[in-house]
Design a binder for this molecule. Sequence first.
Ligand code: NAD
Length: 245
Amino acid sequence: MGRLDGKVAFCTASAQGIGRATVEAFAREGAKVIATDINMEKLKELEGVKGIEIRKLDVTSTDEVNALAAEIGAVDILFNCAGFVANGSILDSDEKTYDLSFDINVKSMYRTMRAFLPKMTEKKKGSVINMSSIVSSHKGAPNRAVYGASKAAVIGLTKCTAADFIKSGIRFNCICPGTIDSPSLRDRMKAMGDLDKAMATFLARQPTGRLGTTDEVASLAVFLASDESSFITGTEFKVDGGWSN
Ligand code: NAD
């Protein structure tokens, strides 16, 4: 028996990294998963995986989100994973970068929650999982001012929505990963010029001496999506190997 048997999950940013590991874990646990991403070429790698249906979605488009939500109807799990890392201090981040960061990282969740919540509340049961970061209200990191601000906003949005819907049966929680080995993290390391040197810098701040894996974040998402976490709402979970400890 799967831990998510009989549940329908709608997920964003599913083509790679944490989102990909999570949709695979959800499907392994018996959920019917609608896996979405803007990158169809990568998303197509999930074609044919049992329990997963792929759909194109740009989370910055209210029209696309509303249309897909209307088509899909009620879901049990809403996993908002899409995120964008703006590199640099506030002096390096112009207003366009700021607005894009908040659009992809925060407003996307406002969009999907507004689109899916009416039908979810009819079911009187469900779990919304929003992707924040340890770099947020938990911890400052260099060159992450706009990113960290947007991820702190995710925590506020999640907690207040949990309070608003406390009697609805829908639970809202956040995941705050530390440094997780994902394709985009590797790209950011390469962009620093020397991959080995960049990796050494990231590892130096890890008390465990290693980066986290996407599967380690997916395991937490499965727990939050399942009925095992039925008394947990309005909470943020750190999965950071002790970086913020
Ligand atoms: P990633 O950056 O490797 O992949 C992100 C995915 O999002 C890609 O498949 C991309 O196509 C998709 N995407 C980008 N813009 C989109 C849009 N407008 N609409 C729909 N999809 C879009 O993934 P990751 O590093 O595993 O990060 C996933 C989430 O976890 C992000 O929210 C990120 O901020 C958060 N996070 C990651 C880390 C880490 O170390 N990797 C740490 C903390 C938090």
